[in-house]
Design a protein around this ligand. Structure first.
Ligand code: B12
Length: 295
């Protein structure tokens, strides 16, 4: 919870405006201390920031923006019991709100919420602790028929854009091996691959993110021509392990010094292959692996 001074600082808004939006327009209802001082929750701050954007950037009147905010609340679908059980993490409130925005197909609010989280938390927290569990919830809701494939596509697209923004900001080192990141044909899941790509980008690797469902055709020529030395492969379904092995065998023949990094829930580790690393799900394991390499 934040007092009005902290809230004004975070939001970069005068205290008097925050108070007047509350008293004149009932924009939000902050809690009060025993002595009557206002206390703002993350949700209150988020609402105020949304209102500020509508007024300052979109030229909306504050009364109109407040109406819109309240109306959108009424439309929110109620989270299922299942979700409340499986999602009692530190960031469950943030995940919940993003899911609601996704279910409402409200891309504007979804993006606004992401902007807010990126401004309040470290980007790794947002990607690993908010976006990853959100994606799991989206996938489960899709499987249960609660949301449609269009919802999933919209979210995947927005999430991918966010990763791309971060991929661009980290400097690359020309001495590090050039990396290609993809999943073989038939593999649609991509969040794990995006997270590992982000990890490598943060550590100075130049990574060409090709993405899910990539056919083998043409890859041999590409790795040789553009001197790729590392390939990251993500496998969610163990049934695709055979296809992944075929990619690695073919590409190893085309470029014998090629190395492969495998990850994902479907990876089945095979011994006797010195050019393959099987990395787990944990960022710490990735960090340890990187520290042990001689790149
Ligand atoms: C979201 C989701 C989807 C989304 C994917 C959206 C997208 N663009 O990525 C959609 C809705 C499209 C989808 C579709 C399907 N899905 Co799905 N999906 C999921 C779900 C719910 C979450 C996956 C996810 O994003 N997790 C979050 C990320 C961060 O976790 P992760 O992928 O495991 O990645 C972590 C690690 O594995 C690792 N990692 C991953 N890749 C890599 C790569 C490298 C190089 C490294 C180092 C590490 C690494 O690091 C990450 C960080 O910890 C899972 C269930 C679950 N609870 O995980 C099922 C799940 C993966 N899906 C599954 C299935 C079966 C499907 C479908 C075939 C479903 C169907 N019923 O028709 C389809 C089609 C998929 C296809 N052809 O590829 C199965 C796969 C298992 C299996 N035995 O096949 C799962 C496990 C669900 C289940 N319990 O059955 N799915």
């Amino acid at each position: 919870m934040y007092n009005i001074k902290a809230a004004a600082k975070i939001l970069d808004m005068p205290k008097v405006t925050i108070r007047s939006w509350e008293t004149r327009y009932s924009a939000i209802t902050p809690a009060r201390t025993e002595s009557g001082h206002r206390l703002y929750s993350d949700q209150n701050l988020e609402d105020l920031k949304w209102l500020k954007i509508q007024v300052q950037n979109n030229g909306m009147k504050i009364s109109e923006a407040v109406k819109k905010l309240h109306a959108s609340r009424k439309q929110f679908i109620t989270p299922t019991g299942d979700f409340s059980q499986s999602n009692n993490s530190e960031y469950s409130e943030q995940i919940n709100q993003l899911f609601q925005a996704a279910a409402e197909m409200d891309a504007e609010r979804f993006n606004y919420l992401l902007d807010l989280h990126f401004s309040l938390f470290h980007h790794q927290k947002v990607f690993f602790s908010i976006i990853a569990p959100l994606m799991i919830r989206i996938g489960e809701a899709w499987e249960d028929g609660v949301i449609s494939v269009a919802h999933e596509h919209m979210i995947t697209h927005i999430v991918q854009q966010r990763f791309n923004q971060f991929f661009r900001v980290f400097p690359t080192s020309p001495t590090l091996p050039k990396v290609m990141a993809l999943s073989p044909s038939g593999e649609q899941h991509q969040l794990g691959l995006l997270l590992f790509t982000l990890f490598l980008r943060e550590n100075g690797f130049s990574v060409v993110y090709i993405g899910p469902d990539t056919p083998l055709d043409g890859l041999e020529e590409m790795v040789v021509k553009h001197n790729f030395k590392l390939m990251c492969l993500s496998i969610a379904s163990p049934a695709l392990m055979g296809v992944a092995n075929q990619y690695m065998d073919t590409l190893s023949k085309a470029k014998p010094e090629m190395q492969f990094i495998l990850g994902g829930q479907g990876v089945v580790e095979q011994k006797n292959n010195s050019n393959r690393w099987y990395l787990g799900t944990d960022l710490k394991v990735w960090q340890q692996w990187l520290a042990e390499q001689n790149f």
